[in-house]
Design a protein around this ligand. Structure first.
Ligand SMILES: Cc1cc2nc3c(=O)[nH]c(=O)nc-3n(C[C@H](O)[C@H](O)[C@H](O)COP(=O)(O)O)c2cc1C
Ligand SMILES: CC(C)CC(=O)C(=O)O
Length: 380
């Protein structure tokens, strides 16, 4: 083995390196949140606030972070969150990301606004792929994408439910951000995407595009339309309350993602780690609950799993890796997070994911007292 690169010990290296490489408006689009960015900050603060309760004299000579999720075998509970337009960050776009996910044994959720075709992404992937959907007014276009995804071998549909319109992203509005003309959501008819490429006065192309093309009248009753069109598992992304978690279970969805869209939608929404326990408590134990938002270290992954998440999704750090070194950069970010989680499992005295339960988390933060059962306000 050669010398260890300092970069491979610290994901903040990738953040700084990505910032140095990216044009300011693309950096802002990626890194930013909505409004005063309170929820963006709260996602991180909640992880900082929680503390672990390590057990000792446990045999940790073997650690194991593998699991089965929606029928797919994964080598890690760390997956890639859906994000639009990976070619903003590297010319190979989603194809590079998919290769890196495969190398890590991680699930990748491709976005409906992917800049590479579903077929090219599927060809590059050696691990499971899911496809994220926004509910477009043009249901025929949505149905066509779903059909293509199924044919290409995608294994689940992830419907984003926290975006009837785009949050007030002030950085994008100030920058008049528009998706550059040479980067396209190639899986959709370009007449449906034109507004994304036009920068408006005091608004962004993506916000104007969503107003034009997203269907804000979507309700629970519409889920049956999607169910009728595909036999793939359906995952709802953007659940933050017990009420909606219960409705999701009642409507027969196959998994939910506790998410506030990385602080990019409703500013002031609660941080995902704080919402997680009530969502987990509201659904049957067989229904997988995932979490995203602010997961930056192996410790964060362990906290989320201990509080009931089956897996986590990573957003911005994947794009930092992609911007720095394409497939290799994403592979390095995923390898780093996996190595950190492996260390955490060993030092926490919980060598398998199944050993990680609420007794691994102190409550309230800083207190050593465990709880007999998890409560919605654990670690708040
Ligand atoms: C640049 C960017 C683009 C995104 N695009 C989408 C998208 O198209 N669909 C979606 O459901 N979520 C999208 N998200 C939200 C992510 O899926 C995820 O919820 C969030 O980034 C997780 O938080 P983190 O970045 O703090 O890890 C996007 C996030 C970023 C940063
Ligand atoms: C093109 C956008 C709707 C994608 C995005 O920025 C997001 O969903 O956060």
């Amino acid at each position: 083995m050669g010398p260890v690169e300092p970069a491979d010990l610290d994901s903040t290296y990738f953040e700084a390196a990505a910032r140095a490489r990216l044009p300011a408006d693309i950096w802002d689009f990626m890194q930013g949140g909505s409004g005063a960015e309170r929820t963006l900050a709260a996602n991180r603060a909640q992880f900082e606030h929680c503390r672990l309760r390590p057990r000792t004299l446990v045999d940790v000579s073997t650690t194991d972070q593998s699991l089965t999720l929606l029928g797919s075998r994964l080598r890690t509970p760390i997956g890639i969150a859906p994000m639009a337009y990976h070619q903003l960050f590297h010319p190979e776009g989603e194809v590079a990301t998919a290769r890196a996910a495969g190398r890590a044994g991680a699930v990748m959720v491709a976005g409906i606004f992917a800049s590479r075709t579903l077929e090219a992404i599927a060809e590059a992937a050696t691990g499971p792929l899911w496809l994220q959907l926004y509910w477009l007014r043009r249901r025929d276009a949505l149905a066509a994408v779903v059909e293509r995804a199924e044919a290409a071998g995608f294994r689940a549909l992830v419907l984003t439910v926290d975006a009837p319109r785009i949050g007030r992203r002030l950085r994008d509005a100030r920058n008049g951000f528009a998706v550059p003309a040479h980067i396209r959501a190639v899986n959709l008819d370009q007449t449906l995407m034109a507004a994304s490429h036009r920068s408006g006065q005091g608004s962004s192309g993506i916000a104007e595009h969503a107003r034009e093309q997203f269907d804000p009248s979507l309700t629970w009753a519409d889920l049956s339309w999607l169910r009728e069109r595909s036999s793939l598992p359906i995952v709802l992304k953007g659940i933050l309350t017990a009420e909606d978690a219960r409705l999701a279970a009642e409507h027969g969805v196959d998994a939910v993602v506790v998410s506030n869209h990385g602080g990019r939608q409703l500013d002031g929404a609660l941080p995902t780690l704080a919402a997680l326990p009530e969502v987990v408590a509201a659904v049957p134990p067989t229904l997988p609950v995932l979490l995203d938002g602010g997961v930056r270290t192996g410790t964060d992954v362990a906290l989320a799993i201990a509080l009931g998440a089956r897996a986590v999704l990573i957003g911005r750090p994947v794009l930092w890796g992609l911007a720095v070194d394409g497939e290799e950069g994403v592979a390095r970010i995923l390898a780093l997070l996996k190595a950190e989680l492996d260390d955490t499992l060993a030092l926490l005295g919980r060598p398998r994911l199944a050993d990680l339960d609420h007794t691994a988390v102190a409550r309230p933060a800083g207190s050593a007292a465990p709880l007999a059962t998890p409560t919605p306000d654990q670690c708040r």
